[in-house]
Design a binder for this molecule. Structure first.
Ligand SMILES: Cc1cc2nc3c(=O)[nH]c(=O)nc-3n(C[C@H](O)[C@H](O)[C@H](O)COP(=O)(O)O)c2cc1C
Length: 486
């Protein structure tokens, strides 16, 4: 079987994997496993490097921002008094969106019934190694490997002895011997059993074998008048430890950075009930806010009127008009990175009616238009408080790249994300986007480079853009820290 060294992959693929695994709260290795599994099951589109031209290949695998990743545990319940706590453990794991399949030892069935375990886990419960129903396709191997983690709670002295000795004469011990997953034991036993030389030897051997332990805690025993080390950890402690193993802390490439984002259309009033608007849905800007937040940034999102929920962990300010948007953007400075994804109306009505305009015999009221403030240019040209990286969006219906290059120079920003919003593209209001990242290379006499990305979902565009930002920010790591926003 071939092995894969993540370190040796292309930079773009590594960045993609890092962000995707961060988003899904998995290790990079685990994310690769998921991608491969999903590819084989046909649930995902193939992963491709980002720099390939749009027509050359399909988009990278689908991402689900904000989604809690799937995770599953095989829970082995041993035959001890603490088995009743495992019922609570099932509940605690499930409320963390962790699937649980339970295996009971023969002794465990004396303490809790398979029926109650099954009712709580919403799954069939396994008790017998020689069960023809589950062993027709080596069920014990599936239980050992079709999970992300094995938890043994309570781990009895007997089960630990079997594990340390490599026994496999019942379903639980056979699974523990056949697994290639991490194993977390929650021992529970009388203090004399725990302190017995045989148990000490077995625990030491298991730790050498890489088995993980939580507890036991010290406290009163079920046996009257007995106390000491041997109480099983509480269900919540075990569930937290399991979750930590399943969803290790995220890489946060934008930690400590303040990112300001605008999104959506603006509404420019004609009178109290009518306005000039555009078809922007705000989806792209909201997706960028979610991706930047997942990458560890402090995110301020200034949004025009859209029908979208606030992304979790993002400070959202809702505005109506271009002037309000500029005001809120200015109030949110300073920022390390500003991304202007909003489709701001270029013009507003000069002679806005204070009352609803009425039809009259004089004919249609003339609508006088005046230019709105240019938010991107205003912020790009600031001398004080200019964010070190200013990114604009260019929505064009023709001559996309040329127009975007001109816009980059005219507005004075650092990068432009150009996208074709002609009706045929379906971008306005749709879920997919085809973009070109146009950037000015300060180190190379301001040379302009164009990076064309394949068609992607707006979430994928967001993640890719955040990956580029993270790379650029890391390269300029000498940046001085910001003053807090007033
Ligand atoms: C009432 C009662 C309580 C028990 N509690 C424990 C316990 O907390 N920890 C332990 O290691 N064994 C305990 N045992 C002993 C185990 O049930 C016994 O060693 C059994 O063989 C374990 O089987 P298993 O490891 O396959 O689950 C208890 C036995 C009885 C009768």
């Amino acid at each position: 079987m071939a092995s894969l060294t993540i370190r040796k992959l292309d930079d773009a693929v590594k960045t993609y994997l890092r962000l995707r695994s961060a988003r899904n709260r998995r290790s990079v290795e685990e994310e690769v496993r998921v991608i491969l599994r999903e590819l084989i099951e046909g649930r995902e589109e193939p992963l491709t490097p980002f720099a390939v031209p749009p027509e050359a290949s399909p988009a990278p695998a689908t991402l689900r921002p904000g989604a809690v990743p799937e995770a599953s545990v095989t829970l082995i319940i041993g035959g001890g008094i603490a088995a009743f706590k495992s019922l609570d453990l099932i509940r605690r794991l499930k409320e963390r969106r962790i699937e649980v399949r339970c295996v009971l030892t023969k002794a465990a069935t004396q303490f809790v019934t398979p029926l109650s375990v099954s009712a709580l886990s919403h799954e069939r419960v396994y008790t017998d190694l020689f069960d023809p129903q589950s062993e027709f396709d080596a069920g014990h191997i599936r239980l050992a490997r079709d999970c992300d983690l094995i938890v043994v709670a309570p781990a009895t002295a007997d089960l630990m002895a079997k594990m340390a000795g490599g026994h496999a004469d019942d379903l639980a011990s056979a699974i523990l011997l056949a697994t290639n997953r991490k194993v977390l034991l929650a021992p529970a036993m009388n203090p004399l059993m725990w302190n017995n030389a045989a148990t000490r030897r077995n625990v030491a051997q298991l730790q050498r074998d890489g088995v993980l332990l939580i507890g036991p805690n010290s406290g009163e025993m079920a046996e009257a008048g007995e106390a000491g080390i041997g109480r099983m950890s509480e269900a919540i402690e075990i569930a937290n430890a399991a979750e930590k193993l399943l969803r290790p802390p995220l890489p946060r490439p934008l930690a400590g950075k303040r990112v300001l984002i605008t999104a959506g259309p603006t509404h420019e009033p004609i009178d109290p009930v009518r306005y000039i608007a555009n078809r922007s849905s705000g989806k792209q800007g909201f997706a960028i806010a979610a991706a930047a937040q997942a990458a560890g940034a402090e995110v301020i999102l200034v949004s025009g009127p859209v029908d979208l929920d606030d992304p979790g962990g993002v400070k959202v300010t809702r505005v109506e008009s271009a002037r309000q948007m500029l005001e809120q953007v200015q109030a949110a400075l300073p920022a390390d990175i500003a991304i202007f994804a909003a489709a701001v109306a270029d013009w507003r009505v000069a002679n806005e009616g204070e009352q609803k305009l009425k039809k009259t015999s004089a004919g249609m009221p003339p609508l006088q238009l005046v230019e709105n403030p240019d938010i991107l240019a205003t912020i790009s040209k600031l001398t004080e408080k200019r964010p070190p990286l200013v990114i604009g969006f260019a929505a064009e219906t023709e001559h996309l790249i040329d127009n975007a290059k001109t816009k980059l120079a005219r507005k004075g920003c650092d990068w432009i994300v150009a996208n074709d919003v002609s009706p045929a593209s379906g971008v306005m209001g749709g879920d997919r986007n085809t973009v070109h990242l146009i950037s000015k290379n300060a180190e190379n006499n301001g040379e302009i480079t164009v990076d064309s990305w394949p068609v992607m979902t707006k979430e994928q565009v967001a993640i890719e853009l955040v990956a580029h930002i993270a790379k650029s920010v890391t390269a300029k790591s000498a940046d001085k820290p910001l003053e807090p926003a007033s």
